[in-house]
Design a protein. Structure first.
Length: 108
């Protein structure tokens, strides 16, 4: 599960940074400055990265045994600026230790 968590954490940060750049830089440039270059460049890139984020979140949730509601919450966090950072922190600090404690001990 450690590999899935690492992949999720990396892509969550990347998606968060790209989304913030899109919203804070690209959107004002498009609607105030009438220049959609940043949105046209970063928008599709964020869309692709978000799909990778969904796959990583699904993989992690499957390995951790999360309920559907928790998985969907984490997946939706990549669509709202700053929420992917929050979700990554909650997953790493709270939900993964929960999952590790709930795993049955392997027979020796």
């Amino acid at each position: 599960m450690q590999g899935a968590l690492t992949r999720y954490r990396i892509i969550a940060w990347i998606v968060g940074v790209v989304l913030i750049a899109l919203v804070i830089v690209g959107m004002p440039m498009k609607y105030i400055g009438h220049n959609d270059t940043v949105v046209a460049t970063i928008g599709p890139f964020h869309g692709f990265l978000y799909m990778v984020y969904l796959v990583a979140a699904f993989d992690l949730s499957r390995r951790a045994g999360w309920p559907l509601k928790r998985m969907l919450l984490v997946m939706l966090a990549g669509t709202i600026p700053f929420f992917s950072f929050w979700a990554e922190r909650v997953v790493t600090r709270k939900w993964i230790p929960e999952a590790l404690n709930a795993e049955p001990a392997m027979a020796e």
